[in-house]
Each structure stands twice: as structure tokens, then as C-alpha cells.
Design a protein around this ligand. Structure first.
Ligand code: PEP
Ligand code: MN
Length: 355
């Protein structure tokens, strides 16, 4: 299914990249919300975020101030002129936000992963024209992410955007949530006119990672950024380690290098021609390899041998891994490529054996 989309145009918000949304993880007190919003507005930011219903991993944590916070967001809007947005996870949240005149909504990662909740939200939004940003589900499942957006789209919502906030993993590495950039890149390929924002706060989980992640997102052609910013980050009631002051955010944004992808120069098209030739050779070589593999399959069939010869497979992975490393490539990358090649090779031999 194709999404039927319309641009999210907000009067007064410049269209050029990046569109930036900023504000605290959670609205905590009226004072904290207003103080942060005033500072962000003075830096020229136009869209304010703050969560008022907070999905927490375990009970007992700060679960958000609830509807009380909507009044503070209204105040932000009135005083600073910024657009305001918050997270909705139930139909009741949606109705409260619409009543309060919230400008944009976002769907949290845990909600995107739940089709029942998504359908309930979509039903509550039927006939309403409001921009909705959909965070990726916590698990790396592009179909689930797209499915959530399809539900909203079928309910008539056309002003949609995606937020890439990384994917959870059992092993904690430097990131709180692994970026797995190939997933938003594939989303862009599948739905080219869908705006994609990056959430470096939830990907990184640490302040120091915000700047490099913002730059990476810009280099990949993302449309915008949603960054957690708090007037006193160390004292934040949720996600303290990943929030920055409005001052620091402004500093980070000013240092970003925004490259355009529209200037396809002569040089670039010459290099692209060379890439096309390489890809052509790659496919031809792979086809040749598969033909040889099928011959081996015939031999194995005639001699009643098993297809899978583990020793040989390990030898290939190791040999090509170290060769790749000598040629300036990542060993893991070579392993992945050869795993994929081997899988196809086995499939080809199975065809021969079962003939
Ligand atoms: C948030 O934006 O504060 C939030 C809870 O994000 P996520 O749904 O990405 O965890
Ligand atoms: Mn947060």
C-alpha cells in the first residue's frame, strides 16, 4: 500500500533542513516548562516538545504529570508562539490533546509496536487533520513501523512524519538504542516523500552523542531533528543523561554542516558510472560463482554427500574476512556478505539435489 501524504507546512517554520523540535523529555512543573521554552524560543526554535504521559519500563518511576501539563503547553504556545507537541498512547490522550489545541502529536516507540493501540489512536483521529510523527517501534521491524503509519493514513491522516529513535537490544553498547541506519534508509527508499526526523537523544542516551548523531542524520539526508532539551538537565525527572541545555543545543545546531543532495555534478555522475560498472561486474561474478556451485551440487548428489560442509564454510568466512581487512574493509562486513552468498549457494545446490 502506498501512503497518501501531504507536506507538513507550519507557517513561520522555515522549510529548509533541519526542522528542529526541542524540549524536555517530560513536562515536570510549569516553571521548568516555561523556563525551558523561553530559552529555546530565544534561540529561534519554533517547535516545542514535552512528554506528559510517560511510558516507563518499570512501575514506580515518574509517569508524567498528565492533563495538567496540557495547560502548560498551551501557555508555551501563547507566550512564545512556538508550536507544541506531545506523545499520545491512547484514544483518551488524543482527545485531551485535541481539546487543548496541541499542534502536533507523536507516537512513542512502544506504542508503534502495538497494532491494537495504533488502531485505537487512528480511530480517535479519524477526520482530524493534525500532523502526527511516528517513532520507530522498539524492535527493528520496518513493516511494523510502516504498518502503524498505514493505520493513521487509512484514518485520513496525511500529514505524517517518521522519527528514527534507534532500536533496543539486549546487549548495551555505546548507544542506548542502536541506530541501525539501514532501516530508516530503507524507509526513505520505500516512501520517498515521507519526512524523517532523527532523535539523537534516545539513540545515544548520552549528551556527548547528540552532536555526532545529528551530523550523521544530516549527512544521510534526514529532514529534521527532535532533541531533548531541559533548563537543568542534570535534575531532569526522566532521561537526565541525554538532555542538553538550550544553550548547548544552540551550539550543536550551529556547528552542523548541512550538505545538499541536489547538486549532481559532472564528477559525481562520472563516479556513479564507475560504481554501476563495479555493480555489474559483481553480479556477473556472483552468477559465475553460482554456476560453479551448482556443478559442485551435481557432484555432491552423484556421490551422496551432504550439501553443508561446515569446515569449508568456516574456511571461506575466515579467509575472506582477513582478506577484506587487508583491503581496508570491515571483517564483519565481509562475513555478512559471504553469509548471504553462501545462503544463496546452498539454495542453488538444494535445487540441484531435489531435481
Ligand atoms: C520520548 O520521546 O521521551 C520517548 C518516551 O521516546 P521513545 O518513545 O522513543 O522511547
Ligand atoms: Mn525521553
Amino acid at each position: 500500500m502506498e501512503l497518501e501524504l501531504e507536506r507538513i507546512q507550519l507557517p513561520g517554520v522555515p522549510e529548509e533542513r533541519p526542522v528542529v523540535i526541542a524540549g524536555p523529555c517530560s513536562a515536570e512543573t510549569e516553571e521548568q516548562v516555561m523556563n525551558t521554552a523561553r530559552q529555546l524560543a530565544s534561540k529561534g526554535l519554533k517547535i516545542f516538545r514535552a512528554g506528559i504521559w510517560k511510558p516507563r519500563t518499570k512501575p514506580g518511576g515518574f509517569e508524567g504529570v498528565g492533563v495538567e501539563g496540557l495547560a502548560w503547553l498551551k501557555e508555551v504556545k501563547q507566550e512564545t508562539g512556538m508550536y507544541v507537541c506531545t506523545e499520545v498512547a491512547t484514544a483518551k490522550h488524543v482527545l485531551e490533546c485535541l481539546k487543548a489545541g496541541i499542534d502536533l502529536l507523536w507516537i512513542g516507540a512502544r506504542t508503534t509496536a502495538n497494532p491494537f493501540a495504533m488502531q485505537e489512536i487512528a480511530d480517535a483521529l479519524k477526520g482530524v487533520d493534525i500532523p502526527v510523527m511516528v517513532k520507530n517501534p522498539v524492535n527493528p521491524d520496518l513493516e511494523l513501523w510502516i504498518g502503524a503509519m498505514e493505520r493513521l493514513n487509512q484514518a485520513g491522516l496525511k500529514r505524517l512524519a517518521a522519527i528514527h529513535r534507534g532500536f533496543s537490544s539486549y546487549e548495551k553498547k555505546i548507544y542506548r538504542n542502536l541506530p541501525q541506519w539501514h532501516i530508516p534508509i530503507e524507509l526513505r527508499r520505500r516512501i520517498p516523500n515521507l519526512p524523517i526526523l532523527c532523535d539523537p537523544s534516545h539513540i545515544g542516551g548520552k549528551r556527548e552523542l547528540i552532536a555526532p548523531l545529528c551530523q550523521q542524520a544530516m549527512d544521510l539526508g534526514f529532514d529534521g531533528l527532535i532533541v531533548e532539551s531541559h533548563c537543568n538537565p542534570d535534575k531532569a525527572w526522566s532521561d537526565a543523561s541525554q538532555q542538553v541545555t538550550p544553550d548547548v543545543l544552540d551550539y550543536i545546531l550551529n556547528l552542523l554542516v548541512i550538505r545538499q543532495d541536489t547538486q549532481t555534478t559532472e564528477n559525481l555522475s562520472e563516479l556513479r558510472k564507475q560504481i554501476d560498472e563495479c555493480d555489474n561486474e559483481l553480479i556477473q561474478t556472483l552468477a559465475k560463482r553460482m554456476r560453479i556451485s551448482r556443478e559442485i551440487g551435481t557432484y555432491k548428489k552423484e556421490h551422496d554427500m551432504t550439501i553443508l560442509q561446515t569446515g569449508r564454510y568456516n574456511e571461506i568466512l575466515e579467509k575472506r574476512g582477513s582478506q577484506a581487512s587487508l583491503c581496508g574493509m570491515d571483517t564483519e562486513f565481509a562475513k555478512k556478505v559471504f553469509e548471504a552468498i553462501h545462503e544463496e549457494s546452498v539454495r542453488q545446490q538444494m535445487e540441484i539435489i531435489n531435481k
